[in-house]
Design a protein around this ligand. Structure first.
Ligand SMILES: Cc1cc2nc3c(=O)[nH]c(=O)nc-3n(C[C@H](O)[C@H](O)[C@H](O)COP(=O)(O)OP(=O)(O)OC[C@H]3O[C@@H](n4cnc5c(N)ncnc54)[C@H](O)[C@@H]3O)c2cc1C
Length: 319
């Protein structure tokens, strides 16, 4: 039986695998998709806000062409890290349920595992926050943005004002969308938007090349238009595509199933010991962005790489 099973082969799940290997612990990493599945699904032309050295794991240098690496460079880097460390990773295998008796029993869509410890490093990128408006299920509505080409010559609406909304607005505007309109619930562009991008979007809005409706929301999506509520009035806009960039949420199902408890805050922050990352359930550890609950910008690669050694020290000590 393995000492531990790591769910999620994102950067932090991989970092945990490396630490397990360094500590001679018997481990398996499982991911429902490809290696670093979340990063693979990020916008094709995205650039990280972190410099490449801050995304490094396993003492492998990350050299990129510019100080901030691109998605492609990151994919290359994490592939190289896994090959170097010869990690035991099973891809395209989804964890369906976890139960705990003496040990943990993990059922995947392929097989069943038993292990003494589990590390849940499942990230936050699998479940989008929905708009919950009529028409959201139309094919023209996307909750993930990949690249600008499909929107050439089209009227598009972007819902949201955080980084992904702003990046999608600027890119589609510059790659020939006929019109790009932003529908924003707040009264300004989010202050978490990358500091080198924020002035760009603010100026495009000011000059009218990307019209933005602030304090507004989309209330209905039709085949050829959308209805928004702005200044307490409904307004219909011609529309071909809606990019709902309204954020993503972690999947709490596995945490609930094993009985992990949560803080009584609005973020549903899971409870864990910050020195070991162990939850209230003995042997169930949390790592990476999932530790922040709904506050998905609290933990990222840069600041959660450190979860891996904390977890492995604790598992080794308890062995
Ligand atoms: C556009 C964008 C830009 C970003 N830029 C930066 C940056 O510059 N710097 C930075 O530090 N962070 C950045 N982040 C945040 C960063 O990518 C995440 O914080 C990071 O991916 C978290 O790593 P993780 O390993 O915790 O989770 P993830 O990378 O999300 O990995 C979780 C993995 O778990 C798998 N999984 C989920 N459920 C199951 C299941 N049931 N069974 C099996 N596998 C499962 C998923 O397929 C996934 O591969 C950015 C995020 C976005 C969206």
């Amino acid at each position: 039986m393995d000492d531990l099973l790591i769910i999620g082969a994102g950067p932090i799940g991989i970092a945990c695998g490396i630490e397990a290997k360094k500590n001679n612990l018997k481990y398996t990493i499982i991911d429902k998709g490809c290696l670093v599945n979340s990063l693979y699904n990020y916008p094709l032309n995205m650039t990280f806000f972190s410099t490449s050295d801050r995304l490094e794991i396993g003492e492998i240098p990350f050299i990129s062409n510019n100080s901030k690496p691109t998605r492609l460079e990151a994919l290359e880097y994490y592939r190289r890290v896994c090959s170097h460390w010869k990690l035991n990773i099973k891809l395209y295998e989804k964890v369906i349920s976890i139960t705990k008796e003496k040990n943990f029993k993990i059922i995947t869509d392929k097989t069943t595992y038993k292990t003494k410890n589990i590390v849940i490093a499942t990230g936050f990128y699998d479940i989008p926050f929905l708009l919950n408006v009529p028409g959201e299920n139309l094919e023209k509505v996307y909750h993930y943005y990949s690249e600008p080409h499909p929107f050439y010559g089209m009227n598009i609406a972007i819902v949201g004002s955080a980084n992904s909304a702003v990046d999608a607005a600027l890119e589609t505007y510059r790659k020939g969308a006929k019109s790009v309109t932003m529908i924003i619930r707040e009264n300004e562009i989010g202050d978490n938007v990358k500091y080198w991008v924020r002035p760009d979007i603010i100026n495009r809005i000011k000059e009218g090349s990307i019209p933005a409706f602030f304090n507004s929301e989309i209330i209905e999506i039709k085949k050829e238009s959308i209805i928004i509520k702005t200044n307490n009035k409904n307004k219909e806009l011609k529309n071909d595509f809606v990019l709902a960039m309204t954020g993503y949420q972690p999947n709490f199902k596995l945490l609930d199933e094993i009985g992990v408890s949560f803080e009584k805050d609005k973020y549903r922050t899971p409870r864990y010991n910050s020195k070991t990352m162990e939850s209230n359930i003995k042997g169930a550890y949390l790592a990476g962005v999932v530790c922040g609950g709904y506050k998905t910008n609290k933990w990222f690669i840069e600041n959660s790489r450190e979860h891996a050694p904390l977890i492995m020290n604790s598992i080794k000590k308890n062995k």
